[in-house]
Design a protein around this ligand. Structure first.
Ligand SMILES: NC(=O)c1ccc[n+]([C@@H]2O[C@H](COP(=O)([O-])OP(=O)(O)OC[C@H]3O[C@@H](n4cnc5c(N)ncnc54)[C@H](OP(=O)(O)O)[C@@H]3O)[C@@H](O)[C@H]2O)c1
Length: 314
């Protein structure tokens, strides 16, 4: 397994297991299978409502002698209703309580958008907190204070554009990681250049097109990543599947990637993909497919009345 070196000598396995939309016993079984196969990096979040199951699987894996807690790299995320400074440490503590572990390896601000405390998903503009009331820099400084307690080894952000990240520059401590949607139709060149310059590692989410999202979250003309031009032929050349090409694309570019899977065959194939290295010319061929297309376009958080125009606007 390749590792990404984060700040302060923290090492993150380049391939992690995504868990959004995975629930209950199906998730516990998939996590145990994954850990048995060799996965060591798990991505969860408060909003996924599955930290308890992730914690159960971790405890079982340790109990069964499959790994130690220290072998694992566990990420969770601060939800949008906990951005006010005094909310950050209690939110981290609550995640640890659900996960039944003593520390996280990485804690991320999930979105650069703030809701009022207790609002899981907003119904109206009054559920949002404008950034003047919950500035991203203040949330970030509170994350830094939370890290000082030792309850998380690293801190970072998610869904931040260069504009959002530039607001954090005043703190002199940049995020260890920015977790964003990334794949050949959304290669994030501008963001990658900014992050490389600032020493921020990028993690690719929805690397397979997030095909199991609720239908209501999908556009009617959504592209199929497995069918993008030339990917079949490339997969044939490497003796693998299009999904494995899509995963190895990120690791070959030097980024990390967290495909979600619960089916045993998917788990095994995705782990194998981490060992495939694409040539520079194949990486270039895939990157040239870029269309700045987002499967998760963030428009569901638009709220101009509270100063939230499209979150991904430049
Ligand atoms: N920070 C954020 O805002 C954010 C947003 C979205 C996602 N994420 C994270 O990123 C992870 C990945 O993104 P995602 O879950 O949206 O979508 P994804 O990983 O792009 O796609 C998941 C879908 O692909 C299927 N799949 C997995 N491996 C496959 C393979 N080898 N061949 C064919 N199909 C395969 C899965 O099936 P099975 O499950 O049936 O095996 C599932 O239906 C999430 O789970 C979450 O941890 C973060």
């Amino acid at each position: 397994m390749k590792y990404i070196a984060l700040q302060n000598q923290v090492k993150m396995p380049a391939l992690g297991l995504g868990t959004w939309k995975a629930q209950g016993q199906e998730l516990v079984i998939a996590l145990l299978e994954a850990i048995k196969m060799g996965y060591r990096h798990i991505d969860t979040a408060t909003i996924y409502d599955n930290e308890i199951e992730v914690g159960q699987a971790i405890a079982m894996a340790v109990e069964m002698g499959l790994c130690t807690r220290e072998d694992l790299f566990i990420t969770s995320k601060l939800w949008n209703d906990r951005h006010e400074s005094h909310e950050v440490l209690p939110a981290l503590e609550a995640s640890l309580e659900r996960l039944k572990i003593d520390y996280l390896d990485l804690y991320l601000i999930h979105w650069p958008i703030a809701f009022k405390s207790g609002v899981v998903l907003p119904d109206s503009a009054s559920d949002y907190l404008p950034l003047s009331e919950a500035p991203l820099l203040d949330t970030w400084l509170a994350m830094h204070e939370a890290k000082k307690t030792g309850l998380t080894r690293a801190i970072g952000v998610s869904n931040f554009t260069p504009n959002h990240l530039s607001l954090l520059e005043a703190s002199n401590i940049m995020p260890a990681v920015n977790q964003v949607e990334m794949h050949p139709l959304l290669t994030q060149e501008k963001l990658r250049a900014y992050c490389q310059d600032k020493g921020i590692a990028l993690t690719a989410y929805a690397p397979l097109g997030s095909t199991d999202r609720a239908e209501g979250m999908k556009s009617t003309d959504e592209p199929n990543l497995f069918g993008v031009a030339g990917i079949d032929k490339m997969a044939e050349q490497y003796g693998c599947s299009p999904a494995q090409i899509l995963i190895s694309y990120h690791i070959s570019r030097g980024d990390s990637v967290i495909p979600k899977a619960v089916q045993t065959q998917h788990l095994a194939d995705n782990l194998k993909a981490a060992e495939i290295t694409l040539s520079a010319s194949d990486i270039k061929t895939l990157s040239e497919l870029n269309k700045d297309y987002r499967f998760i376009n963030g428009h569901f958080f638009d709220c101009p009345e509270r100063g939230y125009d499209w979150v991904f606007s430049e």
